[in-house]
Structure formats: C-alpha cells, structure tokens
Design a protein around this ligand. Structure first.
Ligand SMILES: *Cc1c(COP(=O)(O)O)cnc(C)c1O
Length: 392
C-alpha cells in the first residue's frame, strides 16, 4: 500500500499558526493591552435578514411531506442558477444558467477542478498567491511555475510569451494584494490563453468589492468564453463563509484536447459531489434578489469604508500599497525596509495591532504586509490611529 507521495512535496505553511502563537504569547504577557486584529480573512457581519428568512423557509419546506426535497441536482437548482445568471446580466455579462455549477464554495472548486486536467500540465500561478492554487496542484503532482508580482508591475503580473503554461490561476481583485486587473490587462491574459491552448481558472471571489471601472467577470473580456473557467463565491460577497455556497461557470463552447470541459466537469461532479443543501440554495438565491442585493451592499459598503480608512492613513504616511479601493485587502510595503515579520513584531508590540506578514504568501511577499477591512469600524479606526502615531 502506498500513499500519494506528492504530499511529501507540500511545504509546511505555519503563517497563520505563527501569527496566532505570537499574538497569544504577547497577549498573555500583556493582559492590560487591547489587541486589534486586522489580519483576519473572514467576514464578521451577520447574514442579511432576507437571506436568513429564505434559509428558514427552505428548512420549513423540508419539514413537510408535500414540499420535502431529497438529493438536489448536481449543478444546482434552476431557481438559483437563473438568479446567478441574472446577477451577471446586471453588470453586462452574459452567462447562461446552464453554464453554471452551484457548489459549496470556491475553495473546493479551485482544488477539485484539477480532476479534469492531466497531471502533465504546467500550472502558472502568481507570487504572492492564495495558497490553495499551489497546494492542490502539488498534491496532484503538477509542475508549477511562478510569475512575479511586485512594485514594478503594481502587483498585477502580465503574461510572458516566452513561458509556456497550460493552466493559469488568476485572482482579481487579488487575495492577498488587493490589486485588480484592468480590461486591457485581462485581455492580454485571455489572448495568451487562446493562443497557447491554455485554460485560465479565474477566481472572482472579490468581484463585489470593485468600485472602479474594472472587469467584474472574465467574461467581460472578448475571447474569454473559449479559454476561461470562472470561480466565484458568496463567502465574502454575502457573508457565506460559514453557510457555504459558491458557483463555477464553464462556457459550453470551451473545449480542450478534443473534450468539452462543461461535460467533463459535469461528469466529475455527478461522480464525486451530491450538491448543496436546499436551505442554503434558497438563502443564496435571496442574495440575488433586489432586497438581498440592497442588504448585502450595506455590509460590503461597511467593509469598503474600513478599507478606505486604512488606505487614507497609508496615503498620509506616504506608504506604498495596493488594494483597498476594489478589495477588502490592503497590501502595504513595510516602512524603512523592514522585513514582514520584523514589521509584524513592531506593530504587535508598539501598536497592539495584528496583521499578516506578506512572505507567507510567497517570495515576493517578503517586505510586504496584509491588512484587512473585515474588522469592526471602531477597532479599525483605533488601529489606524495607533499605526499613524507609531509611524509618523
Ligand atoms: C475567501 C476566498 C475564496 C472563497 O472560498 P470559499 O470556499 O467560497 O469560502 C476563494 N478564493 C479566494 C482567493 C479567497 O480569498
């Protein structure tokens, strides 16, 4: 008996464990200090009232013989796929309900989608990167190449014609850097993928945070339907991190190696996935209703204002950063050439503020630091005051 030895190639990542340990040690030694956490990558505001009502209604239907539901459809209920399609239409993108797969979240789909591709493909990711793209492909035994995001390219890497990649992971607005692609930049990736017979796996988990005139979906780009799969989630958009619901779009015309990718993924899902629970799909559909959109927009606006408060402090301090405007993340350059962990320690000890050292997301994250806007307003304002006092 042999296990999957690719697991031996995973590099242990102690980032969040180390952050938690250092924070706990400091808190234990300094019980009088009020520590503010701006490192969290999880939402904190509750679900919108219409969403909760829909979830309750869904549960109620399951309680009666006449309305009881068994296994859902593999690709999600029609009513939810129709709602998602309508949502795309609201920002000018045409995605048909029968190109949508409802799932229990984008992380699962990011990891699972690799099932339909050969192990022999070369995977391209950006550095810094959301670790799921890297680790899931190490587990599958694929070769991974990295493209650098840095201050020179504003943390938005562009395709390199001399590099041959088969599968490309893009995330915009980006976690961890907050940087978002322009229409022109994304078009360059689409053109590269079509020309090189590659597939783009486009993670749009933060599309709802876009405030400027930037693509909210890769399908806003001409040519994307023949090269891109889009993964999206209600986690950050509607506070579904604990409720679990996402969706993946595979255009019907997307083909590679003589195979239709929609049909291949359908076959995979039908074999390994039995769908998302009915009450959760009811809740998800409520997100896309008029009232649902109004309510979730209030929460997003709250986080966006937190991001603006953090970003404007960095502007005052003259610190380089990306994100904040179209993203809940602010990715800043540690002042005075400090390393990520050095800055982490300084911020923890002198301002009692916790963030996330950038080097945990890849080599190019060294010397950078991630702050998030998912905290409450009062703490965010106080953290920013402390940071300003410390650094000015
Ligand atoms: C939070 C996040 C997701 C969402 O994952 P879920 O499994 O849907 O909660 C996807 N991609 C990125 C980059 C994220 O940060």
């Amino acid at each position: 008996m042999k296990i999957n030895r690719n697991f031996d190639n995973l590099v242990p990542n102690y980032l969040f464990a180390d952050v938690a340990r250092k924070t706990a040690e400091y808190a234990a030694a300094n019980p009088d200090k009020k520590i503010i956490r701006l490192g969290i990558g999880d939402v904190t505001l509750p679900l919108a009232p219409v969403v909760v009502e829909a979830m309750k209604q869904g549960a109620e239907e399951l309680a009666h013989k006449e309305t009881f539901k068994g296994y859902p459809e593999y690709e999600g209920y029609d009513f939810l796929r129709e709602a998602i399609s309508g949502y795309y239409k609201s920002f000018g993108v045409s995605v048909s309900p029968d190109e949508i797969f409802v799932s229990d979240g984008a992380k699962s789909d990011c990891g699972n989608i690799g099932d339909i591709f050969s192990q022999d493909n070369t995977v391209l990711v950006t550095d810094p990167v959301y670790p799921v793209y890297v680790d899931s492909n190490i587990m599958a035994g694929r070769k991974i190449i990295y493209t650098a995001c840095n201050e020179q390219n504003g943390f938005s890497a562009m395709p390199d014609e001399s590099v041959k990649a088969d599968i490309i992971f893009l995330c915009s607005p980006n976690n961890p850097t907050g940087a978002a692609f322009t229409f022109g930049q994304l078009k360059a990736w689409v053109d590269y993928a079509n020309k090189n017979d590659a597939v783009i796996l486009y993670d749009a988990a933060y599309e709802a945070f876009i405030t400027e005139d930037l693509p909210r979906s890769i399908y806003a780009i001409e040519g994307a339907r023949t090269c891109a799969i889009e993964l999206c989630s209600l986690s950050k958009t509607a506070g579904f991190t604990g409720t679990r619901c996402g969706y993946t779009v595979i255009p019907k015309e997307l083909e590679r190696d003589g195979h239709n990718l929609y049909a291949t993924w359908y076959r995979r899902q039908a074999t390994k996935f039995n769908g998302v629970s009915y009450p959760v799909q009811c809740a998800a559909a409520a997100v896309f209703s008029e009232e649902g959109q109004r309510q979730i927009r209030e929460n997003i606006a709250y986080y966006q204002e937190n991001a603006r408060i953090i970003a404007s402090a960095l502007d005052e301090l003259g610190i380089y950063y990306t994100g904040g405007k179209n993203s809940p993340y602010i990715w800043l350059k540690c002042p005075n050439g400090m390393g990520s962990w050095e800055f982490f320690d300084l911020l923890l000890k002198e301002a009692n503020v916790v963030g996330t050292p950038g080097e945990g997301f890849g080599e190019n994250g060294a010397g950078y630091f991630r702050l998030t806007s998912f905290g409450d307003r009062e703490s965010t304002v106080e953290a920013v005051e402390r940071i300003k006092k410390l650094l000015s």
